[in-house]
Design a protein around this ligand. Structure first.
Ligand code: UD1
Length: 447
Protein backbone atom coordinates (compact mmCIF):
# COMPACT_ATOMS: atom_id res chain seq x y z
CA UNK A 1 0.00 0.00 0.00
CA UNK A 2 1.21 3.50 -0.86
CA UNK A 3 1.50 6.53 1.43
CA UNK A 4 2.11 10.23 0.80
CA UNK A 5 4.82 12.10 2.67
CA UNK A 6 4.21 15.84 2.63
CA UNK A 7 6.58 18.50 3.96
CA UNK A 8 4.15 21.33 4.51
CA UNK A 9 4.34 25.09 4.40
CA UNK A 10 5.52 25.48 0.81
CA UNK A 11 3.68 28.00 -1.38
CA UNK A 12 2.28 26.72 -4.68
CA UNK A 13 2.57 28.41 -8.05
CA UNK A 14 2.04 27.66 -11.72
CA UNK A 15 -0.71 26.18 -13.86
CA UNK A 16 -2.45 22.80 -13.95
CA UNK A 17 -5.23 21.40 -16.07
CA UNK A 18 -8.30 19.89 -14.43
CA UNK A 19 -8.92 16.30 -15.62
CA UNK A 20 -12.18 14.94 -17.03
CA UNK A 21 -14.80 14.10 -14.41
CA UNK A 22 -14.77 10.70 -12.71
CA UNK A 23 -18.39 10.90 -11.61
CA UNK A 24 -19.53 11.90 -15.09
CA UNK A 25 -17.41 9.22 -16.78
CA UNK A 26 -18.83 6.26 -14.82
CA UNK A 27 -22.48 6.54 -15.98
CA UNK A 28 -21.31 7.68 -19.44
CA UNK A 29 -19.31 4.46 -19.74
CA UNK A 30 -22.31 2.40 -18.60
CA UNK A 31 -24.36 4.07 -21.35
CA UNK A 32 -22.22 2.16 -23.87
CA UNK A 33 -24.42 -0.85 -23.00
CA UNK A 34 -27.37 0.95 -24.61
CA UNK A 35 -26.05 0.66 -28.18
CA UNK A 36 -24.48 -1.90 -30.51
CA UNK A 37 -22.31 0.82 -32.06
CA UNK A 38 -18.96 2.15 -30.75
CA UNK A 39 -19.06 4.95 -28.18
CA UNK A 40 -16.03 7.26 -28.00
CA UNK A 41 -15.49 9.13 -24.73
CA UNK A 42 -12.77 11.81 -24.55
CA UNK A 43 -10.87 12.92 -21.45
CA UNK A 44 -11.94 10.01 -19.23
CA UNK A 45 -9.50 10.20 -16.28
CA UNK A 46 -7.02 7.40 -15.60
CA UNK A 47 -8.21 6.19 -12.18
CA UNK A 48 -8.61 2.88 -10.40
CA UNK A 49 -12.39 3.35 -10.28
CA UNK A 50 -12.51 3.87 -14.06
CA UNK A 51 -10.37 0.74 -14.56
CA UNK A 52 -12.83 -1.19 -12.38
CA UNK A 53 -15.73 0.06 -14.49
CA UNK A 54 -13.84 -1.01 -17.63
CA UNK A 55 -13.43 -4.50 -16.10
CA UNK A 56 -17.11 -4.61 -15.18
CA UNK A 57 -18.17 -3.66 -18.70
CA UNK A 58 -15.79 -6.35 -20.01
CA UNK A 59 -17.69 -8.99 -18.02
CA UNK A 60 -20.86 -7.70 -19.72
CA UNK A 61 -19.53 -8.12 -23.25
CA UNK A 62 -18.44 -4.50 -23.75
CA UNK A 63 -14.82 -4.09 -24.85
CA UNK A 64 -12.77 -0.96 -24.11
CA UNK A 65 -9.85 0.43 -26.08
CA UNK A 66 -7.77 3.32 -24.75
CA UNK A 67 -5.86 5.75 -26.92
CA UNK A 68 -4.86 9.31 -27.83
CA UNK A 69 -6.49 11.95 -30.01
CA UNK A 70 -7.70 9.27 -32.38
CA UNK A 71 -9.04 6.10 -30.76
CA UNK A 72 -6.12 3.68 -30.55
CA UNK A 73 -3.34 6.32 -30.66
CA UNK A 74 -1.11 6.92 -27.57
CA UNK A 75 -2.17 9.63 -25.11
CA UNK A 76 -0.23 12.88 -25.33
CA UNK A 77 -1.88 14.44 -22.24
CA UNK A 78 -3.94 17.64 -22.21
CA UNK A 79 -7.29 15.90 -22.46
CA UNK A 80 -6.82 14.31 -25.90
CA UNK A 81 -7.13 10.77 -24.54
CA UNK A 82 -10.00 8.78 -26.07
CA UNK A 83 -11.69 5.62 -24.85
CA UNK A 84 -13.73 3.55 -27.27
CA UNK A 85 -16.36 1.21 -25.85
CA UNK A 86 -18.04 -1.36 -28.06
CA UNK A 87 -20.52 -4.12 -27.20
CA UNK A 88 -19.53 -7.39 -28.85
CA UNK A 89 -21.69 -9.80 -26.81
CA UNK A 90 -25.10 -8.70 -25.57
CA UNK A 91 -26.09 -12.05 -24.05
CA UNK A 92 -24.38 -11.32 -20.70
CA UNK A 93 -26.51 -9.74 -17.97
CA UNK A 94 -24.80 -10.48 -14.63
CA UNK A 95 -22.50 -7.93 -12.92
CA UNK A 96 -20.32 -9.95 -10.53
CA UNK A 97 -20.02 -9.18 -6.81
CA UNK A 98 -16.19 -9.29 -6.97
CA UNK A 99 -16.18 -6.10 -9.06
CA UNK A 100 -19.31 -4.31 -7.81
CA UNK A 101 -18.13 -4.57 -4.19
CA UNK A 102 -15.04 -2.52 -5.06
CA UNK A 103 -17.06 0.29 -6.60
CA UNK A 104 -20.53 1.52 -5.66
CA UNK A 105 -20.94 3.11 -9.09
CA UNK A 106 -21.14 -0.43 -10.53
CA UNK A 107 -24.88 -0.07 -9.83
CA UNK A 108 -25.17 2.23 -12.84
CA UNK A 109 -25.05 -0.71 -15.26
CA UNK A 110 -28.47 -1.80 -13.93
CA UNK A 111 -30.61 0.69 -15.90
CA UNK A 112 -28.77 0.27 -19.23
CA UNK A 113 -28.79 -3.57 -18.98
CA UNK A 114 -32.47 -3.68 -18.20
CA UNK A 115 -33.32 -1.24 -20.99
CA UNK A 116 -31.30 -2.94 -23.73
CA UNK A 117 -31.15 -6.60 -22.72
CA UNK A 118 -34.44 -6.87 -20.83
CA UNK A 119 -32.86 -8.29 -17.70
CA UNK A 120 -30.02 -7.73 -15.25
CA UNK A 121 -28.43 -9.27 -12.18
CA UNK A 122 -26.32 -6.76 -10.23
CA UNK A 123 -24.92 -7.21 -6.74
CA UNK A 124 -26.58 -4.96 -4.19
CA UNK A 125 -23.83 -2.47 -3.24
CA UNK A 126 -22.86 -2.55 0.44
CA UNK A 127 -22.37 0.46 2.71
CA UNK A 128 -19.13 2.38 2.67
CA UNK A 129 -17.06 4.61 4.94
CA UNK A 130 -19.34 7.61 4.39
CA UNK A 131 -22.65 5.90 5.29
CA UNK A 132 -25.27 3.24 4.47
CA UNK A 133 -25.96 4.35 0.91
CA UNK A 134 -29.23 2.57 0.07
CA UNK A 135 -30.49 2.01 -3.51
CA UNK A 136 -34.24 1.97 -2.78
CA UNK A 137 -34.87 5.00 -5.01
CA UNK A 138 -33.10 3.36 -7.98
CA UNK A 139 -35.34 0.31 -7.58
CA UNK A 140 -38.51 2.37 -7.04
CA UNK A 141 -37.79 4.23 -10.27
CA UNK A 142 -37.14 1.09 -12.31
CA UNK A 143 -40.28 -0.56 -10.91
CA UNK A 144 -42.31 2.47 -12.07
CA UNK A 145 -41.13 1.57 -15.60
CA UNK A 146 -42.53 -1.94 -15.18
CA UNK A 147 -39.41 -3.78 -14.01
CA UNK A 148 -39.98 -6.84 -11.84
CA UNK A 149 -37.32 -6.83 -9.14
CA UNK A 150 -36.36 -9.44 -6.56
CA UNK A 151 -33.36 -9.94 -4.31
CA UNK A 152 -31.48 -13.23 -4.58
CA UNK A 153 -28.31 -14.09 -2.65
CA UNK A 154 -27.41 -10.41 -2.29
CA UNK A 155 -28.05 -9.68 -5.97
CA UNK A 156 -30.70 -7.39 -7.45
CA UNK A 157 -32.46 -9.49 -10.10
CA UNK A 158 -34.47 -7.35 -12.50
CA UNK A 159 -36.55 -8.23 -15.52
CA UNK A 160 -38.56 -6.21 -18.05
CA UNK A 161 -41.85 -8.01 -18.86
CA UNK A 162 -41.81 -8.99 -22.54
CA UNK A 163 -38.20 -7.80 -22.72
CA UNK A 164 -39.00 -4.06 -22.80
CA UNK A 165 -39.72 -1.46 -20.14
CA UNK A 166 -42.71 0.87 -20.38
CA UNK A 167 -42.63 4.62 -19.66
CA UNK A 168 -44.04 5.79 -16.34
CA UNK A 169 -44.19 8.61 -13.78
CA UNK A 170 -41.35 8.46 -11.26
CA UNK A 171 -40.62 10.56 -8.15
CA UNK A 172 -36.95 10.27 -7.12
CA UNK A 173 -36.86 12.52 -4.03
CA UNK A 174 -35.57 10.89 -0.84
CA UNK A 175 -34.87 12.11 2.70
CA UNK A 176 -31.70 13.89 1.52
CA UNK A 177 -32.98 15.13 -1.82
CA UNK A 178 -32.65 13.32 -5.13
CA UNK A 179 -30.23 10.57 -6.03
CA UNK A 180 -27.50 11.13 -8.61
CA UNK A 181 -26.77 7.56 -9.74
CA UNK A 182 -30.45 6.66 -9.25
CA UNK A 183 -31.39 9.40 -11.73
CA UNK A 184 -28.70 8.09 -14.12
CA UNK A 185 -30.13 4.58 -13.87
CA UNK A 186 -33.77 5.55 -14.43
CA UNK A 187 -32.85 7.96 -17.23
CA UNK A 188 -30.88 5.24 -19.05
CA UNK A 189 -33.75 2.81 -18.53
CA UNK A 190 -36.33 5.28 -19.87
CA UNK A 191 -34.55 6.21 -23.13
CA UNK A 192 -35.35 2.79 -24.67
CA UNK A 193 -38.68 2.21 -22.87
CA UNK A 194 -41.96 2.13 -24.77
CA UNK A 195 -43.71 5.50 -24.39
CA UNK A 196 -43.09 8.53 -22.21
CA UNK A 197 -41.40 8.73 -18.80
CA UNK A 198 -41.51 11.72 -16.48
CA UNK A 199 -38.87 11.82 -13.71
CA UNK A 200 -39.82 14.27 -10.94
CA UNK A 201 -37.19 15.36 -8.41
CA UNK A 202 -34.42 14.26 -10.76
CA UNK A 203 -30.86 15.05 -9.70
CA UNK A 204 -29.67 18.34 -11.27
CA UNK A 205 -25.96 17.58 -10.93
CA UNK A 206 -23.79 18.56 -13.94
CA UNK A 207 -22.84 14.88 -14.34
CA UNK A 208 -26.51 14.04 -15.05
CA UNK A 209 -26.72 16.90 -17.55
CA UNK A 210 -23.61 15.49 -19.24
CA UNK A 211 -25.19 12.02 -19.38
CA UNK A 212 -28.38 13.45 -20.88
CA UNK A 213 -26.26 15.33 -23.44
CA UNK A 214 -24.56 12.08 -24.48
CA UNK A 215 -27.86 10.18 -24.68
CA UNK A 216 -29.39 12.95 -26.84
CA UNK A 217 -26.35 12.70 -29.13
CA UNK A 218 -27.04 8.94 -29.34
CA UNK A 219 -30.60 9.65 -30.49
CA UNK A 220 -32.55 9.75 -27.20
CA UNK A 221 -35.41 12.20 -26.74
CA UNK A 222 -34.94 14.01 -23.42
CA UNK A 223 -36.27 17.37 -22.26
CA UNK A 224 -35.32 19.24 -19.09
CA UNK A 225 -31.71 18.03 -18.61
CA UNK A 226 -30.19 19.84 -15.62
CA UNK A 227 -33.64 20.53 -14.11
CA UNK A 228 -35.60 18.48 -11.53
CA UNK A 229 -38.18 17.40 -14.16
CA UNK A 230 -37.00 15.16 -16.99
CA UNK A 231 -39.37 14.15 -19.79
CA UNK A 232 -38.18 11.22 -21.86
CA UNK A 233 -39.84 9.80 -24.97
CA UNK A 234 -38.53 6.29 -25.48
CA UNK A 235 -36.98 5.38 -28.85
CA UNK A 236 -36.46 1.98 -30.54
CA UNK A 237 -32.64 2.08 -30.71
CA UNK A 238 -29.66 4.33 -29.98
CA UNK A 239 -26.52 4.91 -32.07
CA UNK A 240 -22.88 5.39 -31.09
CA UNK A 241 -21.45 8.86 -30.36
CA UNK A 242 -18.24 10.83 -29.82
CA UNK A 243 -18.40 12.80 -26.56
CA UNK A 244 -16.01 14.89 -24.42
CA UNK A 245 -16.47 14.40 -20.68
CA UNK A 246 -17.01 17.54 -18.57
CA UNK A 247 -14.13 18.70 -16.29
CA UNK A 248 -14.11 17.24 -12.78
CA UNK A 249 -15.67 19.92 -10.55
CA UNK A 250 -14.51 18.17 -7.37
CA UNK A 251 -10.89 17.92 -8.51
CA UNK A 252 -11.11 21.56 -9.65
CA UNK A 253 -12.50 22.64 -6.27
CA UNK A 254 -9.84 20.63 -4.42
CA UNK A 255 -7.05 22.48 -6.26
CA UNK A 256 -8.65 25.84 -5.46
CA UNK A 257 -8.66 24.83 -1.79
CA UNK A 258 -5.00 23.72 -2.13
CA UNK A 259 -4.08 27.22 -3.30
CA UNK A 260 -6.23 28.85 -0.61
CA UNK A 261 -4.80 26.81 2.28
CA UNK A 262 -1.19 27.48 1.23
CA UNK A 263 -1.95 31.19 0.54
CA UNK A 264 -0.84 30.75 -3.05
CA UNK A 265 -1.80 32.11 -6.45
CA UNK A 266 -2.24 29.45 -9.15
CA UNK A 267 -3.93 29.10 -12.53
CA UNK A 268 -6.33 26.27 -13.36
CA UNK A 269 -7.18 25.35 -16.96
CA UNK A 270 -10.30 23.40 -18.02
CA UNK A 271 -12.09 24.87 -14.98
CA UNK A 272 -15.90 24.33 -14.68
CA UNK A 273 -16.90 27.72 -13.21
CA UNK A 274 -20.65 27.23 -13.76
CA UNK A 275 -20.67 23.85 -12.01
CA UNK A 276 -18.99 25.29 -8.89
CA UNK A 277 -21.25 28.26 -8.07
CA UNK A 278 -21.86 27.39 -4.40
CA UNK A 279 -18.21 26.52 -3.70
CA UNK A 280 -17.00 29.75 -5.33
CA UNK A 281 -19.56 31.71 -3.30
CA UNK A 282 -18.25 30.18 -0.05
CA UNK A 283 -14.63 30.77 -1.10
CA UNK A 284 -15.46 34.41 -1.82
CA UNK A 285 -17.02 34.72 1.66
CA UNK A 286 -13.79 33.30 3.14
CA UNK A 287 -11.82 35.91 1.18
CA UNK A 288 -10.43 33.73 -1.64
CA UNK A 289 -11.10 34.90 -5.19
CA UNK A 290 -11.33 32.82 -8.32
CA UNK A 291 -11.31 35.05 -11.40
CA UNK A 292 -11.72 34.24 -15.08
CA UNK A 293 -8.67 34.48 -17.35
CA UNK A 294 -10.30 34.84 -20.76
CA UNK A 295 -8.26 34.09 -23.86
CA UNK A 296 -7.77 37.32 -25.82
CA UNK A 297 -10.57 38.01 -28.25
CA UNK A 298 -12.76 35.19 -26.94
CA UNK A 299 -15.57 35.23 -24.38
CA UNK A 300 -14.79 33.42 -21.12
CA UNK A 301 -15.80 29.73 -21.28
CA UNK A 302 -17.79 29.11 -18.08
CA UNK A 303 -17.62 25.35 -18.61
CA UNK A 304 -13.93 24.85 -19.48
CA UNK A 305 -12.18 28.23 -19.10
CA UNK A 306 -8.97 29.16 -17.29
CA UNK A 307 -9.12 30.88 -13.90
CA UNK A 308 -6.66 32.39 -11.42
CA UNK A 309 -6.94 31.79 -7.70
CA UNK A 310 -5.98 34.70 -5.43
CA UNK A 311 -5.57 33.80 -1.76
CA UNK A 312 -6.91 35.71 1.26
CA UNK A 313 -4.62 37.61 3.66
CA UNK A 314 -6.83 36.45 6.52
CA UNK A 315 -9.33 33.58 6.11
CA UNK A 316 -12.78 34.63 7.36
CA UNK A 317 -14.94 32.07 9.22
CA UNK A 318 -18.20 31.04 7.48
CA UNK A 319 -21.21 28.68 7.60
CA UNK A 320 -21.40 25.81 5.11
CA UNK A 321 -24.32 23.46 4.37
CA UNK A 322 -23.79 20.62 1.94
CA UNK A 323 -26.78 20.16 -0.36
CA UNK A 324 -27.70 18.58 -3.68
CA UNK A 325 -26.54 20.62 -6.71
CA UNK A 326 -26.56 23.61 -7.09
CA UNK A 327 -25.81 23.66 -3.34
CA UNK A 328 -22.36 23.15 -1.84
CA UNK A 329 -21.18 19.61 -2.77
CA UNK A 330 -20.72 17.01 -0.04
CA UNK A 331 -17.66 15.85 -2.02
CA UNK A 332 -15.90 19.14 -1.07
CA UNK A 333 -16.90 19.10 2.62
CA UNK A 334 -13.67 17.57 3.96
CA UNK A 335 -11.57 19.97 1.87
CA UNK A 336 -13.36 23.12 3.09
CA UNK A 337 -13.08 21.84 6.66
CA UNK A 338 -9.29 21.70 6.36
CA UNK A 339 -9.25 25.27 5.05
CA UNK A 340 -11.55 26.57 7.79
CA UNK A 341 -9.25 25.05 10.43
CA UNK A 342 -6.98 28.03 9.67
CA UNK A 343 -9.72 30.71 9.60
CA UNK A 344 -9.83 33.60 12.04
CA UNK A 345 -12.80 32.49 14.20
CA UNK A 346 -15.57 29.88 14.42
CA UNK A 347 -17.11 28.26 11.34
CA UNK A 348 -19.93 25.70 11.15
CA UNK A 349 -20.19 22.90 8.61
CA UNK A 350 -23.46 20.97 8.35
CA UNK A 351 -23.59 17.78 6.27
CA UNK A 352 -27.07 17.37 4.76
CA UNK A 353 -26.36 14.50 2.33
CA UNK A 354 -24.26 11.97 4.30
CA UNK A 355 -24.67 12.97 8.00
CA UNK A 356 -21.90 10.59 9.13
CA UNK A 357 -19.31 11.70 6.59
CA UNK A 358 -16.84 12.97 9.21
CA UNK A 359 -14.08 10.36 9.41
CA UNK A 360 -11.53 13.09 8.66
CA UNK A 361 -12.44 14.94 11.89
CA UNK A 362 -10.45 12.61 14.17
CA UNK A 363 -7.44 12.76 11.81
CA UNK A 364 -7.51 16.58 11.64
CA UNK A 365 -7.59 16.65 15.47
CA UNK A 366 -4.27 14.75 15.36
CA UNK A 367 -2.88 17.66 13.34
CA UNK A 368 -3.87 20.25 15.93
CA UNK A 369 -7.29 21.27 14.58
CA UNK A 370 -10.01 22.44 17.00
CA UNK A 371 -13.23 20.67 15.93
CA UNK A 372 -16.42 19.90 17.84
CA UNK A 373 -18.89 17.52 16.25
CA UNK A 374 -22.55 17.75 17.10
CA UNK A 375 -24.54 15.21 15.02
CA UNK A 376 -24.46 16.30 11.36
CA UNK A 377 -22.60 19.54 12.20
CA UNK A 378 -19.03 20.39 13.11
CA UNK A 379 -17.93 23.64 14.72
CA UNK A 380 -14.49 24.52 13.37
CA UNK A 381 -12.56 26.89 15.60
CA UNK A 382 -9.67 28.40 13.70
CA UNK A 383 -6.18 27.66 15.01
CA UNK A 384 -2.96 29.53 14.24
CA UNK A 385 -1.36 26.54 12.51
CA UNK A 386 -1.74 22.84 11.76
CA UNK A 387 1.08 20.50 12.73
CA UNK A 388 2.28 17.57 10.61
CA UNK A 389 1.40 14.06 11.85
CA UNK A 390 0.90 10.52 10.59
CA UNK A 391 -2.78 10.21 9.59
CA UNK A 392 -5.00 7.59 7.98
CA UNK A 393 -7.00 8.14 4.79
CA UNK A 394 -10.48 6.66 5.27
CA UNK A 395 -12.36 7.52 2.07
CA UNK A 396 -11.73 9.38 -1.14
CA UNK A 397 -12.67 12.96 -0.25
CA UNK A 398 -11.60 12.73 3.42
CA UNK A 399 -8.15 11.82 2.08
CA UNK A 400 -8.14 14.92 -0.11
CA UNK A 401 -8.93 17.03 2.96
CA UNK A 402 -5.95 15.50 4.76
CA UNK A 403 -3.62 16.21 1.82
CA UNK A 404 -4.67 19.87 1.95
CA UNK A 405 -4.06 20.00 5.70
CA UNK A 406 -0.62 18.41 5.14
CA UNK A 407 0.29 21.02 2.49
CA UNK A 408 -0.37 23.81 5.01
CA UNK A 409 0.95 22.13 8.17
CA UNK A 410 4.25 22.81 9.88
CA UNK A 411 6.49 19.76 9.54
CA UNK A 412 5.88 16.39 7.94
CA UNK A 413 2.52 14.68 7.38
CA UNK A 414 2.36 11.02 6.37
CA UNK A 415 -0.95 9.95 4.84
CA UNK A 416 -1.45 6.20 4.84
CA UNK A 417 -3.71 4.22 2.51
CA UNK A 418 -3.75 6.66 -0.39
CA UNK A 419 -5.41 4.05 -2.59
CA UNK A 420 -8.60 5.84 -1.56
CA UNK A 421 -7.28 8.97 -3.30
CA UNK A 422 -6.24 7.04 -6.38
CA UNK A 423 -9.91 6.14 -6.91
CA UNK A 424 -10.75 9.77 -7.65
CA UNK A 425 -7.66 11.92 -8.30
CA UNK A 426 -5.38 11.15 -11.23
CA UNK A 427 -1.79 11.10 -9.90
CA UNK A 428 -2.57 13.84 -7.38
CA UNK A 429 0.99 13.99 -6.09
CA UNK A 430 2.30 14.68 -9.61
CA UNK A 431 -0.14 17.55 -10.07
CA UNK A 432 0.84 19.03 -6.70
CA UNK A 433 4.55 18.57 -7.48
CA UNK A 434 4.00 20.54 -10.71
CA UNK A 435 2.73 23.36 -8.50
CA UNK A 436 5.84 23.15 -6.28
CA UNK A 437 4.52 21.10 -3.35
CA UNK A 438 6.92 18.84 -1.46
CA UNK A 439 4.92 15.60 -1.68
CA UNK A 440 6.22 12.08 -2.37
CA UNK A 441 4.52 8.73 -2.90
CA UNK A 442 6.21 5.89 -1.04
CA UNK A 443 5.35 2.26 -0.48
CA UNK A 444 4.32 1.60 3.13
CA UNK A 445 6.68 -1.41 3.17
CA UNK A 446 9.60 1.02 2.69
CA UNK A 447 8.66 3.26 5.66
C1 UD1 B 1 -23.00 10.39 -6.09
C2 UD1 B 1 -21.52 10.61 -6.25
C3 UD1 B 1 -20.87 10.86 -4.88
C4 UD1 B 1 -21.59 12.01 -4.17
C5 UD1 B 1 -23.09 11.77 -4.12
C6 UD1 B 1 -23.86 12.94 -3.55
C7 UD1 B 1 -20.92 9.22 -8.15
C8 UD1 B 1 -20.18 8.03 -8.67
N1 UD1 B 1 -20.92 9.41 -6.84
O1 UD1 B 1 -23.19 9.21 -5.32
O2 UD1 B 1 -19.50 11.19 -5.10
O3 UD1 B 1 -21.08 12.15 -2.85
O4 UD1 B 1 -23.59 11.52 -5.45
O5 UD1 B 1 -23.63 14.08 -4.28
O6 UD1 B 1 -21.45 10.00 -8.90
N2 UD1 B 1 -30.24 7.78 -1.17
C9 UD1 B 1 -31.35 7.10 -0.75
N3 UD1 B 1 -31.84 6.09 -1.55
C10 UD1 B 1 -31.27 5.76 -2.73
C11 UD1 B 1 -30.13 6.46 -3.16
C12 UD1 B 1 -29.64 7.48 -2.36
O7 UD1 B 1 -31.90 7.37 0.32
O8 UD1 B 1 -31.77 4.86 -3.41
C13 UD1 B 1 -29.68 8.87 -0.33
C14 UD1 B 1 -28.22 8.65 0.07
O9 UD1 B 1 -28.10 7.87 1.23
C15 UD1 B 1 -27.75 10.07 0.26
C16 UD1 B 1 -28.51 10.85 -0.82
O10 UD1 B 1 -29.64 10.03 -1.14
O11 UD1 B 1 -28.14 10.57 1.51
C17 UD1 B 1 -27.72 11.15 -2.06
O12 UD1 B 1 -27.14 9.94 -2.55
P1 UD1 B 1 -26.88 9.72 -4.11
O13 UD1 B 1 -27.12 11.00 -4.85
O14 UD1 B 1 -27.64 8.53 -4.56
O15 UD1 B 1 -25.34 9.38 -4.14
P2 UD1 B 1 -24.63 8.52 -5.27
O16 UD1 B 1 -25.34 8.73 -6.56
O17 UD1 B 1 -24.42 7.13 -4.79
Amino acid sequence: MDSFIINGGRPLSGTVRVHGSKNASLPLMAAALLTDQPLILRDVPDLSEIRNMTRLLGTLGCEAEQGGAEPGAPDAGGGDRAMTLHVTDSSLTAAPYEIVKTMRAGICVLGPLLAKRGRARVSMPGGCAIGDRPVDLHLRGLKALGAEITLDAGDIVAQAPGGRLTGGHVFLGGPSGSTVLGTANVLCAAVLAKGQTVIESAACEPEIEDLAGLLIQMGAKIQGAGSPRLIIDGVEALSGADHRVIPDRIEAGTFVFAAAITQSSITLDNFPTDALGAALDRLHAIGVDVTPKPTEGQPFDRHRGSVSVTPADVLKPIQVFTQPHPGFPTDLQAQIMSLLCLADGNSTITEKIFPDRFLHVAELLRMGADLTRNGPSVVVTGVGELIGAPVMASDLRASAGLVLAGLAARGTTTINRVYHLDRGYERMEKTLQTLGADIQRVNEADL
